[in-house]
Write a protein that binds this ligand. Structure first.
Ligand SMILES: [Zn+2]
Ligand SMILES: [Zn+2]
Length: 284
């Protein structure tokens, strides 16, 4: 039997970082001998190393949607894995548009990449990323089965929740989404639901502090993300064994602490609860 665990590498919702904040979104699933990275937000390369992973050990990468806090560091991660000795292709699944990102990244770094090919005898970098378009439905990922469901994250249409199943365990990731009833059946009976969450009480303070947006930021948050109490209700209705909250909004306001997250989520969920922090490992 293989050890199954999920490591939350970055648990902050949104792209901006400030002194003392968590890092944007990425997480690692180790299940049935497979090592799968989901999302590649800023800081993912460092976080993988801090979690004890060699960058060359990834079997696959899934990108849930093309907001920068979920893929800004994908190119730098692959480039750094390449300089760390990567020489077998990694399967990457993401929305349409990811290929353009990768091609443009290679273009942007062409001076360095061509230099390293010539000067250090590295293998070609481009073919090490085998990019596929992520679609709704079922797909095999090595020894794992992955179910893909479109979630509710306007204005982005190609945004996905994932259910990853091995021989004995299942993990469901909500992705960035407003609460959706379909998540209840999608997550039914999972060993772990990792759901995005925002703290209702913290949204006013967040909007006041950001300073360079307008009401559209609040509207975006309210129609595209999930209050923590709703994440708890979905977990309860789905009968999952454990709930972890990630993509926390806000998570860099000292007025709001773990206790506030606990309080809001405990209104609806009384099972095992993990308020995500960067580097947190959850064993199944
Ligand atoms: Zn996000
Ligand atoms: Zn998003």
């Amino acid at each position: 039997m293989h050890h199954t665990q999920v490591t939350l590498l970055g648990t902050k919702g949104g792209p901006a970082i400030r002194p003392g904040t968590r890092m944007p979104t990425s997480l690692l699933i180790q299940m049935d001998g497979m090592t799968v990275l989901v999302d590649a937000g800023l800081g993912v390369s460092r976080a993988l190393c801090d979690a004890g992973m060699a960058l060359t050990d990834l079997d696959a990468i899934l990108i849930t949607h093309l907001h920068s806090d979920h893929y800004l560091e994908l190119g730098p991660l692959l480039h750094t894995a390449w300089t760390a000795g990567l020489n077998t292709p990694i399967a990457i699944y993401g929305p349409e548009g990811l290929t353009q990102y990768w091609d443009s990244f290679l273009q942007a770094m062409s001076f360095d990449i061509e230099l390293r090919l010539r000067d250090e005898g590295r293998p070609a970098l481009a073919p090490l990323a085998q990019i596929h378009v992520l679609n709704t439905g079922d797909m095999a990922l090595g020894s794992l089965q992955v179910k893909v469901m479109r979630n509710t994250h306007p204005p982005i249409i190609d945004s996905f929740a994932l259910r990853i199943e091995g021989q004995e365990h299942s993990v469901v990731l909500s992705g960035d989404t407003a609460p959706m009833e379909e998540m209840v059946s999608f997550a039914q009976g999972a060993d772990l639901l990792v759901h995005e969450a925002m703290l209702s009480a913290g949204i006013d303070a967040l909007c006041a502090r950001v300073g360079n947006g307008d009401d559209r930021l609040r509207l975006h948050l309210e129609r595209s993300h999930t209050p923590a109490a709703e994440a708890g209700r979905i977990a309860k209705d789905a009968g999952v064994a454990r709930l972890a909250l990630n993509h926390l909004v806000p998570c860099d306001d000292p007025d709001f602490t773990e206790a506030h997250w606990q309080e809001e989520t405990r209104c609806t969920w009384d099972g095992p609860l993990f308020i995500g922090t960067d580097g947190m490992t959850i064993s199944l």
